[in-house]
Write a protein that binds this ligand. Sequence first.
Ligand code: GLU
Length: 425
Amino acid sequence: MSFYENTLELIEKAAKLMKLESNIKAVLTSPNRILEISIPVKMDDGNVKIFRGFRVQHSDIAGPYKGGIRYHEEVNMEEVKALATLMSFKCAVVGIPLGGGKGGIIVNPKKLSETELEKLTRGYTQRIAPFIGPEIDVPAPDVNTNEKIMAWIADEYSKVRQKNTIGVVTGKPLTFGGSMGRDKATAQGGFFILDALAQEHGLEPGKTRVVIQGFGNAGANAANILDKHGYNVIAVSDSKGGILCEKGVHPIKAQECKLQKGSLHACTIPDSKYEYHVSKDATCTKISNEELLELDCDVLILSALENQITKKNASKIKAKYILELANGPVDDAADTILEKAGVIIIPDILANAGGVTVSYFELVQNQMNYYWPKEEVEERLKAIMQQAWKHVRKRQEEHGCSMRMAAFIQAISRLSELMKVRGTI
Ligand code: GLU
């Protein structure tokens, strides 16, 4: 089953549980607009290379389309459709006035020079410029995109429009209309959700062993935040593999080392020159990504890509709780196996909604041209995440279902409300 089929299956299941009108389901399973574009880039060697890109605008019933742009070799239209759909649901779970969209370019950005990457980004922006804008569709960072890329998009779009329009993207640098706390927002929001769960389940940070898959923006920041709150982060991984440090990973050192040496695997041997003791007792072992997922731990945080836990490995998972900081990391077949085994999954559209929530704050600040201090952003994020947690838990009790289904029901209820008010149905 593809990621998009899986997403449609989740909507189908939630629709049954809540006895949803078929008209509403039909609207929710049909993205409003799908763009496929070609971007010619003159490479450093003088050759022209054509890149393929996408932007899917799923729903703007709740507000302008909102969602990241992913740069990855395996990006495809079906994936972007799934991600755009999840964005509409995610914004609805946290109750922010934004719709759902997503974009992507088929590229491995690590293989491009900085100049080529900038040309590609500006080319993509020109192609989608007629369809985006602060009140139309607002992209943001996602896998392999960052604040530098967002700044290029804002700059290019402003040139196309002949006026400063920085609210066209979020996740910008602080000096160029970014919001305090946006860089850590996905992880920070996930932490507030995990904290609410910990309180309900009596989890004590010091006795809670955490494993994190993915060491990009979400994973690395999550490792750092959890470590600061006394959780025992015993293993982390990036696309090349993982490291297991029984006495705990040193997140900041691991980040510094990965930056210097290119991978976490290269960081297992203490390096006296840089003092990269990425483990708290200077002992670490290399493990594969598969081994990492199957480690004996309390909380498994998935912050890499979709379809990481499927029917192939679901029965081997030993974690008691799974926090989905990535989008779609556990598929529907795995959900069923894990649920039977008593594993509690905190679904993506709740767990990782902190990112888009602070993106919303960034938009609001851009519109006011007045910027909040870090503490204010964090307080507002906390309030929204805690409220979303309560709403989802309430739905779960009402329907006696998984947290994923409860989050879908919460989202669909809000979107249905809006469709009725707006006269769509
Ligand atoms: N790419 C992030 C996500 O999947 C953030 C989207 C945004 O901030 O618009 O939620």
